[in-house]
Design a protein around this ligand. Structure first.
Ligand SMILES: [Zn+2]
Length: 110
């Protein structure tokens, strides 16, 4: 994908997200119900697709964010998704660390 097309697509997505934020802030109840019915499903589908693209490899490294074999980059998408959807792992205060601490915080919202 060339730079112009990428910029155009990124701008269009950003504008759509701004529009959805506006509807959440200024929309009436019918509009918000429509958002919950239609847009949340589209957003979760989009998020799942992005997370699949950023799935860890056999070494636990993101396949999309790793740009060179010698560079062990952390996944920016996963960090942003976790902090925005669940919270800062350091703020859980549950005394648990490691991969199982994420499971505990996840069950707290169900
Ligand atoms: Zn990634």
């Amino acid at each position: 994908m060339d730079e112009v097309l990428s910029s155009t697509l990124q701008r269009a997505v950003a504008e759509q997200l701004d529009y959805l934020d506006h509807l959440v802030d200024a929309g009436d109840e019918a509009t918000k119900m429509s958002l919950a019915t239609h847009e949340i499903s589209r957003l979760t589908t989009t998020f799942r697709t992005m997370l699949a693209d950023h799935a860890p490899d056999e070494h636990g490294l993101c396949r999309a964010c790793r740009t060179a074999p010698w560079r062990r980059a952390h996944c920016g998408l996963l960090k942003a998704a976790y902090s925005n959807l669940i919270g800062n792992p350091a703020d859980h205060g549950n005394g648990h660390t490691g991969r199982h601490s994420l499971r505990i915080s996840r069950t707290a919202i169900t």
